[in-house]
Design a protein around this ligand. Sequence first.
Ligand code: A2H
Length: 255
Amino acid sequence: EGVGPQEYTGIKLEVVAWSAQARDTIERVEALRGKRVFLVAATLRPETMYGQTNCFVGTEINYGLFAVNETDVFLCTERAARNMAYQKLSLENGVVTKLAEIKGTLVVGTKVKAPLSKYEEVYVLPMENVLATKGTGVVTSVPSDSPDDYATLQDLIKKPAYYKIEAEWASLVPIPIINTPTYGDLAAPTICKLKKINSQKDRTQLTEAKELVYKEGFYSGTMIVGDHKGLPVQEAKPRIKEQLLREGHAFVYNE
Ligand code: A2H
């Protein structure tokens, strides 16, 4: 991290229904009529997409809606859109055309499709530690295998009013997708319990937990769902990534 390029998988989560607050902003923009809009999440763990329960944005981040081609639009930070155009990976003509801007708070409550997940449609929720300077500024949430995602959801479940969400949006339970010898089938909830992590604000313990679970999952994990059930994570990972790329649900994104 910080040295050399990082290769992410950009996951495309198509908007099914905008939140009430986003609808006003979006419907006013002529250029968005009839377009498909995708929130683009950057992940290092494409093999965990089976376990998506929601998607996170930063409430204070300003997102752009960028034209990809005639029919499709990506929602991400402008910084990411510029990188994508430069890489000519996704913004096809290599040009950044911003059709609209929207603040993270307004996107919360939007319903999106999560590729490969057992939950076909999931909600966009707020996360405090989303960095505008990393990835796309959108994080897809896999509480079974990401301690950050699990801890953030615990906050939202405890205090929905404070976070200005409806309790139902955070009610999808973690899905067991990978078995690990040390932490069982739900590595993130298990390690959060062991380390007494109760909130996304427990940064120091979360950094440790994230490191441990990431290593354990990658080197010792076995898939327990999907087409590659029974395969070690190390072998399943590139195959699941290829499948997502092939089916048009993802693209490679470097930064
Ligand atoms: B990972 P690295 Cl299951 N701000 O995806 C904060 N976090 C961000 C981000 C941003 N702007 N963009 C991406 N991320 C998250 C899955 C996952 C991830 C699992 C387990 C661990 C994990 C599901 N969330 O990451 O700093 C994304 O979450 C732990 C490292 O570039 C992305 O992968 O190393 C990861 O952080 C990228 O972090």
